[in-house]
Design a protein around this ligand. Sequence first.
Ligand code: 0O2
Length: 247
Amino acid sequence: MPQDDSLSQSIHDLLPGTGDRIITLEQVQELNKLMSYYRCAMMEVVTKFNVLNEQFSLQFDRNPITGIKSRLKTIRSIHDKLERRGLPFSLESIEENLNDVAGVRVICSFTEDVHMLSEALMQQDDIQLIERKDYILNPKPNGYRSLHLIVSVPIFLAHEKKFMRVEIQLRTLAMDFWATLEHQLRYKKDFDFAESMGRELYTCAQLSAELDERMDGLRELVQKQTSGGAGIPEPRRRWVDQSHNLR
Ligand code: 0O2
């Protein structure tokens, strides 16, 4: 490894135990390029959801999305995940074996929004569905609920079009609340996660599912009363008319 190569050095620092392996500057640049492609794909997906939110908020006078988070896996966790699976750490291996280098999490208002947004996204002709896991219909044994999509999305570079995979997690506020706290509790360092805590978390997951159901019921009620079952309600004014101040 060339001593003056700070990128290469940082990869060596990130990957202890690979000190004896030669990482060339070219390889580091290729890895950086791949990560930037994943970042672009992530941005494409985030934009798609922002556009859908804009359109649905105009159409139905409410925002189906309350927040969008995105994250790029670190080189260290990419390396560790491949190592855990006994797979090589190479550019080809990353692209071939990992679906979640780029991740987008969409937090929705209601359960119905989760499915409505996922359908709207999948109707877009540049998106390819690779895998769909509906943990809302079939929650994990610990109570985890979310809709997971692995999609392939094109990014348009100066001279080529490249398809990149992105993991999308769609969930309601209640599902996100539970998953965020469960993740924090479960991965607390130096703490033995007792079985009884798992049971308590499962009960909390059921409570959060009940909360979603009840909120969905209220939303249906409001929708029926406001639209009278006929057509789309008038969009609410979000901007106050300030023109009188200009006189
Ligand atoms: P991070 O840091 O959030 O990315 P995979 O490991 O993805 O190849 P798997 O296990 O089949 O294979 O994937 P799955 O079931 O689709 O879950 C992947 C991601 O969903 C996880 O990523 C979590 O973000 C989330 N997830 C899945 N199950 C749970 C759960 O029980 N609790 C919580 N809080 N989140 C969950 P990572 O890589 O674990 O972490």
